[in-house]
Write a protein that binds this ligand. Structure first.
Ligand code: HEM
Ligand code: HEM
Length: 164
């Protein structure tokens, strides 16, 4: 659905809040692995890993809740049409990569819960989210910068200031 000229203030706030929480998870997620491995070996984990492991749990769950809110908002108020007149393959690439983001944003915390309560193979599957997110975020950031500063079609700007 493409019904708006730009993103609403709520969509923008959710985009950057979720991005910050996901980056936190990617930077500090390994502490959760350390805590899980230490528990399996009957060894104590360091206080830092315990704190970051616990933060991993309590930052991960809001990601799931916020993404659900974001999807409902998107279904209700729609997504804006592309800012510029990119070629067909660029529109398809944007659709596919945004769709993949939503799949990852829902599946990663859900599988994280399974990993936490049931262990492997869910832990191994959950860990695959790290390279998947890194590749997708890298492509996404390069695309956003390319649109804003090379094509100059205002794509990044409209994810920073709401539509009037
Ligand atoms: C978007 C949200 C999340 C992201 C991006 C994320 C990312 C990560 C990353 C990068 C690791 C370390 C993988 C490694 O050591 O290579 C990890 C481990 C782990 N995460 Fe998450 N996580 C998220 C949400 C959650 C949630 C909500 C839970 C549980 C409630 C959870 C439970 C775990 C567990 C149990 C491990 C250890 C897996 C193992 O090695 O067995 N995660 N996560
Ligand atoms: C973990 C990090 C991130 C995630 C998960 C993420 C996810 C997404 C998703 C799912 C959309 C599509 C929104 C929709 O139409 O429903 C989007 C749009 C967008 N993102 Fe991100 N993003 C992240 C980081 C970033 C960063 C760092 C930048 C800036 C360099 C950025 C710039 C943008 C822009 C400009 C759009 C709008 C694209 C358009 O108007 O077609 N994102 N992002």
């Amino acid at each position: 659905m493409e019904t708006r000229r730009g993103y609403s203030i709520f969509q923008i706030a959710l985009h950057w809040l979720i991005a910050a929480l996901v980056l936190f998870q990617l930077f500090f997620g390994e502490s959760m692995t350390v805590v899980v491995d230490a528990a399996e070996d009957g060894q104590p984990a360091s206080a830092t890993d315990q704190a970051l492991g616990s933060a991993h749990y309590w930052v991960g769950l809001p990601v799931l809740a916020l993404v659900l809110v974001r999807l409902v908002l998107r279904l209700v108020s729609g997504a804006p049409a592309p800012a510029g007149h990119g070629s067909r393959w660029m529109r398809v690439a944007a659709h596919v990569s945004h769709g993949l983001f939503y799949v990852l944003l829902l599946a990663t915390p859900a599988i994280g819960l399974l990993a936490f309560y049931l262990g492997d193979p869910w832990g191994d599957i959950h860990s695959l989210a790290k390279p998947a997110f890194i590749v997708l975020i890298a492509v996404h950031v390069v695309a956003a910068l390319y649109h804003q500063f090379w094509l100059r079609d205002g794509t990044l700007k409209r994810m920073l200031s709401p539509a009037g």
